[in-house]
Design a protein around this ligand. Sequence first.
Ligand SMILES: Nc1ncnc2c1ncn2[C@@H]1O[C@H](COP(=O)(O)OP(=O)(O)O)[C@@H](O)[C@H]1O
Ligand SMILES: [Mg+2]
Length: 390
Amino acid sequence: MDADVNVLIVTEEGPIAADLLERLKSRFPRITRLHPGEVRREISRIQPDLVLLHEGPRKSELENIPLILKEIDKVEVVLLTESKDSIRVRDASRAGAFDVLFFPDEINALGDVLSRAIKSLRSGKRMDSAKGVSTWGRGQVIAFYSGKGGTGKSLVASTLAQTLQLESSSSVLLVDLNFQYGGVETFLGVDGGRSLHDLTPVLDELNDNHIRSVTVVERHSQMEVLVSPLDLSTAVNITEEHVERLLRAARLYYDYILVDVPTEMTPITYATLEEADRIFYVLNPDALSLRVLGRVLATFSSVGVDPEDRLQLVLNRVNRDSEITVKDIRHRFPYEVIAELRDDPKRVDQAVNRGKPLRTAQEDKNLGLFARDVQKLAKIIMEAGKRLHV
Ligand SMILES: Nc1ncnc2c1ncn2[C@@H]1O[C@H](COP(=O)(O)OP(=O)(O)O)[C@@H](O)[C@H]1O
Ligand SMILES: [Mg+2]
């Protein structure tokens, strides 16, 4: 008996949980069961050594693998999948699963796989090799938000995304959730065809091919952009479920997922802010922007969005005549101003009129003020990413 091994079974389905429990209980006295949706909240409390993650035929639970590996120092995850999709198997091993078993066909091999997993845990060997893949599936979601339109959310998000894609080896996905009116396509000169709504039939089993089938590629950087649907009838059918599934799956395939979030506090906005690792709040250096920020923070606290350790301020359109300084902001709000981006109407308008992004090349000696300031912000993000991944 492996009395000291703490086993966690993750499945949506009661009968499957009961069956697994029956098979394992004589060998492992310590077994807990969770629903997939509870993993995020409960995993660090349970501290399992082995996780059996079950997924149905048309429902991917892969996003839970990097989450578990991130929270628990020493753990092995075995995926029991009812999907016969080879992409799923590839992704599970990239995400750091110890092994994948087809369920129920290969269930008789479970005992053997668990013995190997325990051996690997005890030798501590695999933990070192697992480090090699540990950056996979840990994509960072950065939400761009503002309580006021016209502060530069779309311009900042698209220029930063383009800069990250051009200046690092990371892959970037830019998502525009401003349905109906869009925004980022203006600053990137891309034309959208498909949208998030087209993913509806495959929402529960999203992989990189699905996502790529609805994105457009910016031609200078090869960055992928998911533009918003332009017709209202499509837009109204996009739900927070679409957004949640997209962002969770995208973490597996992209290093940075930048999301241009609408100003109105809809379920979609809420879901995005909840999912985000960082929230970049874009504001202008004027009194109105500060007042709106105060109101937004009150709204966050009443709807339950926690800004702690996530919210940073991006001060945009700074110039000599700015009414408000960083010092004034510090005085009033306990959030870091992570960037000051200068007002650069000449270069920004020129780029928009030409239908070209502000950044088109990896090296550009003739960057305008705004693009240079965004470059500094990109460097801060890339440095933080490196620290996370050592
Ligand atoms: N730093 C800047 N310098 C010059 N123009 C800017 C700057 N930031 C934003 N703008 C302009 O302000 C307008 C609103 O920006 P946009 O990104 O569309 O705002 P939002 O998405 O927050 O509504 C656009 O015309 C944009 O070109
Ligand atoms: Mg916008």
